[in-house]
Design a protein around this ligand. Sequence first.
Ligand SMILES: CC(C)(COP(=O)(O)OP(=O)(O)OC[C@H]1O[C@@H](n2cnc3c(N)ncnc32)[C@H](O)[C@@H]1OP(=O)(O)O)[C@@H](O)C(=O)NCCC(=O)NCCS
Length: 409
Amino acid sequence: MHEMRTIPVTDELTAELRAYAVAMRDGFHEAPITADGWARWHEAIRHDGARLRGVFDPDRPFGLASVPVGTFASFPGTINTGTELAPTNCITDVTVAASHRRRGIMQQMMTTDLNEARERGDVFAALTATDTRLYGRFGFGVTADSRRIEINTGHSFGLISQPSGSCVFATGDDASAVRRSLFERWHAEQFWSITRHHHYWQPGFDWATQTARHDRHIIHLDDDGHADAAAVIVVRDDHVEIRDLLGLSHRAELEIIRFVALLETHDKVVWRHCFDVRHPLPWAVTDRRSVSVVKEFDTLWVRIVDVERALASRSYEGDGEATIRVVDPLDDNTFTYRIRVAGGQPDVETTSREPDATLPLDSLAPIYSALQGPKELASAGRAQGTPEGLARVARLFAREEPGISASIF
Ligand SMILES: CC(C)(COP(=O)(O)OP(=O)(O)OC[C@H]1O[C@@H](n2cnc3c(N)ncnc32)[C@H](O)[C@@H]1OP(=O)(O)O)[C@@H](O)C(=O)NCCC(=O)NCCS
């Protein structure tokens, strides 16, 4: 018989906390945690206000009964809906020991956590998925993508625009403070931005391998000397890796790329996560083929926990009206919603009217974030409606740019 319980996050790194982290690492088959790793993990879960949950099997042999067979963490966060930073349940550490899989343990942890999120009044639940087959059944849908970009920075590299401002190096702690403050400003303005967790501000350590990493930090200053973009780079054997790059404008980000390209040690720069799928970088270089998108992948999966509130909280770029039938696999939000936007103000109510489109909850998520439209989702077999109805929904949710999320957790 299994027992699920919460694990208190205390100022002392207790045996219970250690057992949780060991089980979570084992679940992902990752390297054991080092002394430095323990200190960083403990600091991060306290900063993030983590809620840790473990499932225990009292009959586990070889003295392992106190080591959980299932781990699950969630953190309070926010998503920018265009009108507010809406409370969001950020989920991570989802593992079940290989010896205990396919017995419903993940299902139990997830449904318990999602029920608590609804009771707390969270509008969204969010995660970044290692395995994409797991979360649709809980109503999570893909809402943001990221690109891995390679830049050939050999002799022919150049940007069309003239340089502006200047780039400077900074040390880890100073740079983390600047990066954090830039992120907070960006998060407050950017539609679909989600909170970044504490690990983003813990430089110089590779969590996966539990080894020190020689990060270099670059800050771009505008013409008035104010920081408007920052990057963390690592020099690898045959390329320079941009581990993180975030600016208040595309122009500021391009200045950092210009600087990294001119380091002159390598002919290749790899930008691991370009979170803006419409980033102008390929249009900014003199040789279009010096920039290649080598991979595009899903990043933020969202379950809309409270559909009515989420629809009322979203910013819409034009006035209009549409009626959608939402089908929630967990049933909490299975209703027909009528959305009327006048003067930019949405009015949302449940209705018995005929819907323009029928959307499983996991398909409403990319429509909400403007990653994908209802017509395309219908073609893919993920939505239903008449061409006119789908077009009405598409017009209402259309945005000049899709949302951007710059966090992986
Ligand atoms: C993914 C993982 C947590 C699943 O845990 P679990 O306890 O075996 O899952 P459950 O038994 O609760 O399964 C719940 C549902 O998911 C399905 N499912 C579980 N693992 C799956 C997989 N790898 N692929 C497809 N479906 C899967 C189950 O079939 C079940 O659906 P059903 O009720 O329709 O049969 C576990 O396999 C694991 O720890 N994997 C390694 C770590 C990992 O990838 N974690 C995910 C991080 S995002």
